[in-house]
Design a protein around this ligand. Structure first.
Ligand code: NAP
Length: 253
């Protein structure tokens, strides 16, 4: 089960947080992994971890706001590993800021990294996946994606980007289904990563969020990466266009 031997995966925003654990677990399942982020050195450290565990990976610097770097990442991956089977669009930024203080630059930065970056990466790998009639695109959304009855103050730009990912996922799944390419989204709840540690969240907001989680703790990055491996595997071949929530029960309260 969940054997990814012979598969090649790209993970964006992979030098730390969930991108790092997606890379480690995909490699553990047998995939060759392209570990990409804006900081090459830290990507290389993730590659070392993968190699020490007996896996295969390469590090590539890729800023997802730079189309040339995305195209370069894809062509380097193909040169090195011959193909691309799995794309994990994981990159993301999250900056709390009240709507009234939000600048156009704040809005554009978040949308360009969190949403346009997903579009550009999917666009860059889709031709390869269409050619080989196989692919898995996994987009990391959030419970802050809207349509779930819960809003998040100070995150209008972030929520707009994550909601966009869900619509993008559903539409792309329809268009790529004829080529045996599945496209799914994962909506994590609050996960203990450097992102959560660094956001300037009002302590009362964090307290209210934590009080709402039935499992009474943040999720661990590996608890999202397990689902990434499942969605990338043959066992998930009939799942497409879906958003799967992993939130310790947050949405059930
Ligand atoms: P993280 O620890 O901040 O990791 C994200 C990585 O992406 C960082 O290394 C970050 O670098 C990098 N990055 C930022 N801008 C980039 C760009 N333009 N090009 C390439 N890489 C870039 O975040 P995480 O918590 O693991 O989150 C991973 C994904 O899950 C994100 O999409 C996030 O929105 C989503 N998510 C997280 C949570 C949570 O509670 N943690 C909940 C729901 C959804 P910098 O550090 O320099 O920005």
């Amino acid at each position: 089960m969940f054997n990814l031997s012979g598969k090649v995966a790209i993970v964006t925003g992979a030098r730390r947080g969930m991108g790092r654990t997606h890379s480690l677990l995909l490699a553990q399942a047998g995939a060759k992994v392209v570990v990409s982020d804006i900081d090459l050195e830290e990507c290389e450290q993730v590659v070392v971890e993968i190699e020490e565990a007996g896996g295969e990976a390469i590090a590539i610097k890729c800023d997802v706001t730079n189309k040339k770097e995305i195209d370069g990442m894809v062509s380097t991956a193909i040169k090195k590993f011959g193909k691309i089977d799995i794309l994990v669009n994981n990159v993301g930024i999250c900056q709390f800021k009240p709507f009234v203080d939000l600048t156009d630059e704040d809005w554009e930065k978040t949308i360009n990294i969190n949403l346009r970056g997903y579009y550009w990466c999917a666009k860059a790998v889709a031709p390869e996946m269409i050619k080989q009639k196989f692919g898995r695109i996994i987009n990391i959304a959030s419970i802050a994606a809207g349509q779930v009855g819960v809003g998040f103050q100070g995150l209008t730009h972030y929520c707009a980007s994550k909601g966009g990912i869900v619509g993008f996922t559903e539409a792309l799944a329809l268009e790529l289904a004829p080529y045996n390419i599945t496209v799914n989204a994962i909506a994590p709840g609050v996960i203990d990563t450097p992102m959560v540690a660094s956001v300037k969240m009002d302590p009362k907001t964090l307290e209210a969020i934590m009080a709402r989680i039935p499992l009474k703790r943040m999720g661990r990055p590996e608890e999202i990466s397990g689902l990434v491996v499942f969605l990338a595997s043959d066992e998930a071949s009939y799942i497409t266009g879906d958003m799967i929530i992993v939130d310790g029960g947050y949405m059930s309260m």
